[in-house]
Design a binder for this molecule. Structure first.
Ligand code: URA
Ligand code: SF4
Length: 221
């Protein structure tokens, strides 16, 4: 039997433009996750930049597409995306300057009754998908990268990185734009009580305000 391929690399085209990459990712067989997903979900800018804006300033990286993203083929269009948009607005970050994507491009899930329940991708799957993320970072050239949650943070900052301890602080990795990691908006949606939810949301907005401050100070956008 042929050994299973575990890297997206052979599937990533040389030509680094978003339309070319977005088309090619649909053919990726770099790990097994394509088998049970509807389609690959590549990154995007939700809105076109307004006149006079600098274009993409921030790349926000989540974990993987959710149920709704898998069906629609677009990142952060479900409940977590709605919460993210609300918090971006509170932090005064223009949505049109944010490119959103995920560490893994196919939805990993397991059936529970009629529902498809999100299953965490393994380190191996995250590594396999990394060439797509690298291609996005190279093409989009963000001024700042924001990791949403431990999966994205550990993908870029290593497995010893702890979001709980180091959230909101500027991190540097050679060859990449500066990185700020924070929690994933889904974790806020899972809060047990309304008071917890409010508090977690306030901390998330506080981290996003650091992102906003960094952009204003260092880029002037
Ligand atoms: N959660 C993610 O990490 N990414 C999405 O696109 C949606 C939910
Ligand atoms: Fe390719 Fe990533 Fe999908 Fe795996 S999850 S098949 S590496 S695009």
């Amino acid at each position: 039997m042929q050994k299973a391929v575990t890297s997206a690399e052979p599937f990533v085209p040389e030509a680094r433009t978003l339309p070319v990459l977005r088309k090619a990712v649909q053919e990726c067989r770099g790990c097994d996750l394509y088998r049970n997903a509807t389609q690959a979900v590549f990154g995007e800018i939700e809105e076109k930049p307004k006149a006079g804006q600098h274009g993409v300033a921030v790349m926000m990286i989540g974990e993987q597409p959710g149920d709704k993203e898998d069906i629609e083929g677009r990142p952060f269009v479900g409940p977590a995306g709605k919460l993210l948009n609300q918090c971006l607005e509170e932090a005064n970050i223009e949505r049109s300057q944010v490119y959103v994507t995920n560490a893994v491009k196919h939805f990993k899930w397991e059936p529970r009754g009629k529902r498809r329940i999100h299953e965490k991708p393994t380190m191996r799957e995250i590594k396999a998908c990394r060439p797509w993320l690298d291609a996005e970072m190279e093409t989009v050239t963000p001024k700042l990268i924001v990791c949403l949650g431990a999966t994205a943070a550990q993908a870029l900052l290593g497995s010893s990185f702890k979001v709980t301890k180091q959230r909101g602080t500027l991190q540097h990795v050679e060859g990449l734009a500066p990185i700020i990691a924070t929690v994933h908006p889904s974790s806020i949606l899972r809060a047990q009580t309304e008071a917890d939810r409010q508090q977690e949301m306030a901390s998330f907005v506080a981290d996003l305000k650091r992102v906003s401050k960094y952009l204003k100070e260092s880029v002037g956008s």
